[in-house]
Write a protein that binds this ligand. Structure first.
Ligand SMILES: Cc1ncc(COP(=O)(O)O)c(C=O)c1O
Length: 389
């Protein structure tokens, strides 16, 4: 089946955060929302069918996740990423951000050090700060328009650190870390006995020509010190169904995390989340491949547009995610100036780069999981605003 992602679906009035919380986040509704990370594309048709079928049985009581739920995910991981996991390794969490907080609480104590690689997804900071842990920064290096891990700095900072929160692939800079990079990072963590918490929520969104490497697939030794967070939410646009997983192969860590999670009585999850997840992993691959092709073309459109019309603005080369990390620093706007310019002059609602802290100044993050016409309109507005400045 050929999906038509050019079609604009009206999301206003659906209580969508991206559309209906514009006033709250930007102080105005008069802008194109290209911020929070969900897609403006309808989910695979099989997912909607499975949800309708389940909804037709009008009892929504406590429900168990069946073997078929686990098998669909296990088969997906092996097929897409060559990673073999066992059912017992998969623990439920209602979201990846909740999982990060649970992991921090279960595996560290207040005051202990947690390492983060900014510019990075902002709830990483909140999960460290809100749990009163000490944040250690190992900023990514940005040279010649490419982001890399700073291994020398990492090695210096790892002694005494309890865990690293890794964004793999990296939001917002769009890197799909290579096996070599991940191995280098992970070997250092093993050496210094640092737990790797790998947020792989964007794992299925490697753009054509790039590959996702689950850190825990690198070796048994690395897997023993790694907790991997995954979900169908970004992959298939199911974030509102609050269904995700923490994969832990090490029995001791798994048991202690299971005991910790039990306190919150959340393992039941949501009946619709499990139905959608299974249907998506079983039937959504073709849809996803089409989405990735479409998003890649959106990236190309954006890059060509900038080169032609706004050569001083640069798109960071995108390897994964549908989030474009755009360098507007040549415009010379500082502090709130760039943010306010995009909201009030260009009328395009992106995530301000400073949200992701060190290294984010001068950047905006634009969500490209939307019809081409939305990208076109946004870029025309930005060009007009910059040229009329
Ligand atoms: C790196 C990363 N982790 C986690 C999340 C959100 O996870 P959840 O909605 O499952 O809490 C996002 C959403 O944008 C993300 O980019």
């Amino acid at each position: 089946m050929k999906y038509d992602f050019d079609k604009v679906v009206d999301r206003e009035g659906t209580h969508s955060v991206k559309f209906d919380a514009r006033n709250y986040f930007f102080g105005t509704e008069d802008l194109i929302p290209m911020w929070v990370a969900d897609m403006d594309f309808p989910v695979p048709v099989e997912v909607t069918e499975a949800l309708k079928q389940r909804a037709d049985h009008p009892l929504y009581g406590y429900t168990m996740r069946p073997d078929s739920y686990y098998n669909s995910f296990i088969q997906w991981l092996e097929k897409r990423h060559g990673w073999k996991v066992e059912k017992d390794w998969i623990l439920f969490s209602p979201g990846v951000v909740p999982a990060l907080n649970f992991i921090i609480q279960a595996f560290s104590k207040p005051g202990e050090k947690i390492l983060i690689q900014p510019p990075v997804y902002h709830p990483f900071f909140f999960s460290v700060e809100n749990n009163y842990r000490e944040m250690v920064f190992n900023p990514l290096r940005y040279s010649n328009g490419r982001y890399e891990m700073d291994f020398d700095d990492l090695e210096k900072k790892l002694p005494g650190v309890k865990m690293i929160l890794l964004s793999n692939p990296h939001n917002p800079v769009g890197r799909a870390w290579t096996a070599e990079e991940l191995k280098k990072m992970a070997d250092l963590c093993v050496k210094h006995d640092v737990l790797i918490v790998s947020d792989e929520i964007h794992s299925d969104l490697s753009l054509p020509g790039n590959k996702h490497i689950p850190v825990a697939s690198l070796s048994d030794e690395i897997a023993a010190g790694t907790l991997s967070c995954m979900a169908p939410s970004k992959t298939f646009n199911l974030a509102g169904l609050s269904t995700s997983s923490v994969i832990i192969s090490d029995k001791e860590k798994r048991t202690s995390f299971e005991e910790y999670l039990e306190r919150f009585h959340i393992s039941g999850g949501n009946v619709f989340g499990m139905v959608a997840s299974e249907a998506a992993y079983l039937h959504g691959e073709d849809w996803l491949n089409q989405v990735l092709g479409y998003v890649r073309d959106n990236f190309e459109y954006l890059d060509d547009f900038l080169k032609k019309n706004l050569p001083e603005v640069h798109l960071t080369p995108a390897e994964a995610t549908y989030l474009a990390w755009i360098d507007f620093s040549a415009l010379g706007m500082e502090g709130d100036e760039l943010k306010s310019f995009m909201i009030n002059k260009a009328k395009v609602g992106m995530n301000d780069g400073r949200t992701y802290r060190d290294g984010g100044e001068g950047f905006q993050r634009m969500n490209l999981a939307c019809p081409r016409s939305t990208v076109e309109e946004a870029l025309n507005r930005i060009e007009k605003a910059i040229k009329g400045k």
